[in-house]
Design a protein around this ligand. Structure first.
Ligand SMILES: Cc1cc2nc3c(=O)[nH]c(=O)nc-3n(C[C@H](O)[C@H](O)[C@H](O)COP(=O)(O)OP(=O)(O)OC[C@H]3O[C@@H](n4cnc5c(N)ncnc54)[C@H](O)[C@@H]3O)c2cc1C
Length: 447
């Protein structure tokens, strides 16, 4: 007989991450006698000196940057009947995370806006837990009070998943930034969800290992956000999907080590290699690049060409200076990977400032970016659903590595059958019966 599972409390939160790091044959092994914990934000600079990404409009620049339109004013979305945070709630939350309940409107400005500056929520409360226990208490309280919450890591996501849509409480992992253990033979790293990827990279490289994940947002993104979005990135071709190197997750409140945590395979130590960026200027160079990278691989030390990689990693940021970026992250058959770029250039003509395609050849992932001075509903109408129909026509995927978040949830049907969507809904309802956990995201509005 099948057991009838009745969740007593919400079970959904990445807290503690366990993963296999890869021993880098060419990375110098150093003796280490420092502290056993990675310092908090600001304590460590990036390995390659990139540091945290500066978002347009963040901090002091915010007064000069154009205001981002509130999400419900741009997108057709209605607030669900969650409770509104009251003074009593604030007092209760203050009891759970003393001194770490943020209500200052100025401090809340940046976490309410996504990195691309395309969506804006109106949350009035941000919480900064330090421990799993605090996260568990917060979620239990919010579940009881029917308050919606929005987990936030480095807030570098591309699909509006990390920012509230309305007034959800933002639960930031910024202070959950401790390495809990590292095994220098197996390469198993255990850390909190809020560790910044670049700090982790530096930490393991000092011990002769390589993180199996690297991406342009590394100076800001958190490992919890990486795992939540199953980020792909620049080492995908060499080390495969991030999920393949995640050994376990502690999920609040019921998933504890040794009792049903998901686990995955260990990555065996092997010589370090990296995948490469691909920005062809012509069909010939494209074919040549494909041959070189796909069949031969690029054996080189991780980060042996830092300037080249720095250029690659800044493409996203550079494009955002054009104004508004219509961003697509598609999986396509390799032999059609770049066709949509030329097609769209012809279709859009001067109505777009730039149509650019780049990305990750190794996993058939095209980052298609169309830029314009400002958001235009008519340009959007020319792009969508055309881009999604074109992708579906190739049996591709409308989301390769950035996830669905808020902005892509309603196009999931182009890549998944109704049965799969229904199953996803059932799983979500099982883990989050009141739907308070990051509502308005991932699942389509209509089945
Ligand atoms: C310059 C740049 C380059 C990028 N390059 C790549 C790339 O090469 N490959 C790629 O895949 N992506 C890339 N991205 C996007 C990528 O998804 C994010 O950078 C990163 O993985 C998200 O991490 P984050 O900590 O910023 O998460 P956030 O943006 O804060 O959150 C992302 C999602 O995860 C959820 N989340 C965050 N933390 C937790 C948690 N602890 N528990 C549960 N849910 C959580 C959030 O609610 C949200 O839905 C890039 C982004 C930028 C800005």
């Amino acid at each position: 007989m099948m057991p009838h599972l009745v969740p007593r409390r919400p079970v959904w939160w990445l807290f503690c991450w366990r993963a296999a790091c890869v021993q880098g044959a060419s990375v110098r092994q150093r003796t280490w006698a420092g502290p056993s914990r990675i310092p908090g934000p600001g304590g460590l600079r990036g390995v390659w000196g990139t540091g945290p990404l500066v978002r347009q409009g963040s901090s002091s620049a915010s007064s000069r940057a154009p205001e981002v339109t509130l999400t419900p004013e741009r997108y057709p979305v209605r607030r669900l009947p969650f409770s509104v945070v009251s003074e009593d709630d604030l007092a209760a939350l203050e009891h759970i995370v003393p001194g770490r309940v943020i209500t200052d409107p100025e401090e809340l400005e940046a976490p309410n806006v996504d990195w691309l500056r395309t969506v804006r929520g109106s949350s009035k409360v941000l919480l900064r837990p330090r421990t799993t226990q605090e996260v568990a208490h917060i979620l239990r309280y919010c579940h009881e009070r029917n308050l919606a919450v929005n987990p936030q890591g480095g807030n570098t996501g591309m699909v509006g998943g990390s920012t509230p849509v309305f007034d959800e409480i933002i639960v930031s992992t910024a202070l959950m930034n401790q390495v809990l253990s590292f095994h220098d033979v197996s390469g198993v790293l255990v850390c909190q969800a809020g560790c910044v990827l670049e700090a982790l990279s530096q930490y393991v490289e000092e011990r002769g290992f390589v993180m199996p994940l690297d991406l342009g947002a590394k100076g800001s993104c958190h490992i919890g956000g990486n795992v939540a979005t199953n980020a792909g990135g620049l080492r995908f071709l060499r080390y495969g999907s991030l999920r393949g190197t995640v050994l376990g997750l502690e999920v609040v409140p019921t998933c504890v080590p040794g009792r049903g945590c998901p686990s995955a395979r260990l990555t065996p130590p092997c010589p370090a290699r990296v995948s490469a960026a691909w920005c062809p200027s012509s069909v010939d160079s494209r074919t040549e690049a494909a041959g070189r990278f796909c069949h031969l691989g690029v054996p080189c030390r991780p980060r042996s060409h830092p300037m080249l990689w720095a250029l690659r990693e800044r493409i996203t940021e550079a494009l955002s200076h054009d104004g508004y970026v219509y961003k697509y992250d598609l999986s396509l058959p390799l032999d059609r990977l770049y066709d949509l770029v030329g097609d769209l250039r012809a279709r859009l003509g001067p109505s777009a400032k730039r149509v650019v395609g780049y990305g990750h050849l190794g996993d058939g992932n095209l980052h298609l970016n169309v830029t314009a001075e400002t958001f235009s509903a008519s340009l959007l109408g020319t792009l969508e659903p055309y881009v999604y129909e074109w992708t579906a026509g190739q049996r591709g995927s409308v989301s390769a590595e950035h996830g669905l978040g808020f902005k892509k949830k309603d196009v999931l049907g182009y890549s998944k059958p109704p049965e799969a969507l229904q199953l996803m809904r059932q799983l979500k309802a099982l883990l989050d019966p009141k739907g308070i956990l990051n509502p308005y995201k991932t699942l389509p509005t209509h089945a």
